[in-house]
Design a protein around this ligand. Sequence first.
Ligand code: BMP
Length: 224
Amino acid sequence: MSRLIVAFDPEEEPLEYWIRLGGELCGEVWGVKVGLPFLLRYGLGSLAELREACGRSVIADLKLADIGPVMLSSVSALRGLVEAVIAHAFVGYAGAIEGLRKGLEEMGVKLVLVASMSHKGSEEVIDPSLERVLEVIRRAEPWGIVAPATRPSVIAEIRRRGFPQKILSPGVGAQGAPPGSALRAGADYEIVGRYITRSRDPAATARAINLEHERLLGSLGGAR
Ligand code: BMP
């Protein structure tokens, strides 16, 4: 099973470009992550096309940060189109994540919460509050947690605290973290965007990352 989630963040390409790429990468990835750049350009109908091209998990990276009913209203538009939705945890549990969690459960969609981000600015506000953010995550019991490959110590800290969730880690490739480094720190999946999608041969690049993952996980001796 691949530990790779490819991020589709379009610039000016037509949708057909991404649908074709989805088909090419399908055998190499666990899932495809799309965010606002994709959804605003191509609309919700594009998700059905993406799923048709590749039956892997589609993750809607909406980075929701609102009151519960409004977040739920956003995600209910995605019913039947995605396997998972990403929201921020810093908004807190009561009146926010609590409602989102219940609604997603009813929809059969996985919740993924952001613990910390990969860019430098995450150290300004989010990371000093990591303790509290993780407390929200503990209460919410999401399926997955986003933690940065660019600061593997954060991934290791979440693992050390015994969170059983899947850890999804962005920041590999274009943002500087080497492929495999997040898995080594304790992540379950590495989210990779431009390093794959902007490479000359995206499928070959994804294959090379998978090989690195297999080598690494093999060396960890089946501990993961
Ligand atoms: P890239 O590999 O091209 O840098 O893309 C990273 C992807 O991960 C983007 O889709 C971005 O929205 C997402 N991401 C991130 O870079 N840092 C985070 O902390 C959380 C993210 O979801």
